[in-house]
Design a protein around this ligand. Structure first.
Ligand SMILES: Cc1ncc(COP(=O)(O)O)c(C=O)c1O
Length: 289
């Protein structure tokens, strides 16, 4: 797997790239991040990702010494250096390093890390057969514990939910909130189709406002599809006509099994096929502009 890493402007091979152990991202998960991908060597939907990065920073009152232009320039510099057309891009900003202690004022000098690695095409079976998800035992952290709409370095409960899925050979886990409603996957948003309406949980259920989620809501509506945000339970999801997940690097992936239950006929459904085509056309058109 080819990879290069930009640390505070310096481009390094992964084995030479390091962050001080007193960095607060390492000590406390005191960091924020974004993940996007390149199509034709261009980072996709950078404006939206930077908006969310800035929103995450403001939620944790993190001072950013970098401007949006600085980040765009460093990301492009790293992509150009890398030279591979389809790459995974991870932008991480930590609150920096300082004396050990919870007080965020112990450091205000960010570390900026940009990881660019080769992103092979996703396996075709994801899209042709669909994936198996489980309902996680762990619940999504409520907003009053840690805002789920903050993309921070605190992913331990998602890590453990994903681990639960991997132990039974599933693709990923779906987290419910404390009220028992579906929120999202560990790194993706969840959708279901019922009576030809396409439904995804509302932000107030407690989830990350995925950029693919927002994009799909907008472009689906433009194509006359009834796209709504509404709460649903795990049982409602399991008895839906269709289900799928969305994320930047995976686009739209059909879910054909949850726990032991097949979704619909257990194969990708017509609404998934239609929406994925609409999404791919949107990507193609965005690249032209
Ligand atoms: C918890 C969580 N939900 C949803 C998503 C999907 O977001 P996006 O569509 O912006 O990639 C992610 C992406 O990493 C995530 O970490």
């Amino acid at each position: 797997m080819q990879m290069i890493i930009n640390i505070n402007g310096q481009i390094l091979p992964p084995e030479k790239a390091s962050i001080p152990v007193l960095d607060r991202g390492f000590l406390y998960g005191d960091s924020i991040y974004e993940v996007t991908l390149t199509y034709d060597k261009k980072p996709f939907l950078m404006k939206e990702h930077l908006d969310r990065l800035w929103s995450s920073a403001s939620k944790i009152e993190m001072h950013l010494k970098y401007s949006r232009e600085d980040i765009i320039r460093e990301v492009q510099k790293t992509i150009d250096h890398f030279g591979i057309p389809r790459a995974y891009i991870r932008i991480i900003i930590t609150r920096g390093e300082g004396e050990i202690g919870l007080d965020p004022n112990l450091s205000d000098d960010n570390n900026l890390v940009i990881i660019v690695k080769e992103l092979p095409e996703n396996p075709t079976w994801w899209y042709e057969k669909g994936v198996h998800m489980i309902i996680a035992d762990l619940r999504r952290l409520p907003k009053k514990v840690l805002d789920p709409n903050l993309k921070s370095g605190n992913y331990l409960s998602n890590v453990m939910a994903h681990h639960q899925a991997k132990k039974v050979g599933a693709f990923d886990a779906i987290l419910l909130n404390m009220r028992g409603y579906v929120t999202e996957g560990t790194t993706n948003n969840i959708w279901m189709v019922r009576k030809d309406r396409v439904i995804t949980p509302p932000l107030e259920a407690g989830l990350l406002e995925g950029i693919t989620r927002s994009t799909l809501l907008t472009i689906g509506k433009k194509h006359g599809i009834e796209m709504v945000e509404d709460n649903f339970t795990a049982d409602e999801l399991k008895s839906a006509q269709e289900a799928f997940l969305t994320s930047s690097t995976r686009e739209i992936v059909p879910i054909t099994k949850i726990d032991d239950e097949l979704i619909g006929q257990g194969v990708p459904g017509p609404m998934y096929l239609k929406l994925h085509q609409i999404y791919r056309d949107f990507v193609r058109n965005s690249l032209r502009n």
